[in-house]
Design a protein around this ligand. Sequence first.
Ligand code: PGA
Length: 253
Amino acid sequence: MSTQSPCLKTVITGEYPVLVRRIAARIAELVRFKPNAVLGLATGATPIPIYEALVRYHRQEGIDFSRVVCFNLDEYYPILPASPQSYHHYMQNNLFRKINCPTWHVPSGEAASQDMIEEACHQYEMQIQNAGGIDLQLLGIGRTGHIGFNEPGSQRHSRTRLVNLDRETREDAVADFGSDKDVPRQAITMGIGTILEAREIILIARGEKKRTITQLAMDGPVVAEVPASYLQEHPRVSWYLDGALENNLPQLL
Ligand code: PGA
């Protein structure tokens, strides 16, 4: 089912594999239409099947990513790129070693001085601008309502920067890091302002534990306490909700 309201909020509901197919098809369509498209990519458990589908598009249908440029939303700090828990490693493993896309960027989580971090964040913004801006940004949503690692309190015009991670976000990362004490307390993330400059945004929310926060983000007030609510101010955002959230749809719209 697909509905569209006057503010161009598109809501697509269905079983998760169907959503995955539709999102991958949209990305493949964009890359066919614009071979030098700029993609904003996300990590976490939710997007992995989308990347698997993109790999199939590449291998079976010859979708060419050679001129595509990719920017990831965020990275833990501090972390080495080669660490198995880094988002750099995640992207390499799940996507970039399997397709022909040589130009991809993940914020650097390597330990550095405050000045060096600020400079690297500024450079990340410049790289996005120099690439022509992001055509399509893929987003998940955290239990805190974060997009990227913009936790509650993030400002509408925030840019790429070093942030503190919320307790729930760190709890959700324990499974990857093995123990609470090993989960980094900080991260580098694109800002809300950076994300909202993307020309098209796709947010995918999966599972019961995202139900309440997704409802608030879509339908509640636009507030810093729910960073994903800022997406209501974007002219072209599609909310993909899986079966666990679908039952809330009458309330959501
Ligand atoms: P998840 O993370 O896909 O692992 O649920 C989403 C997010 O935190 O943005």
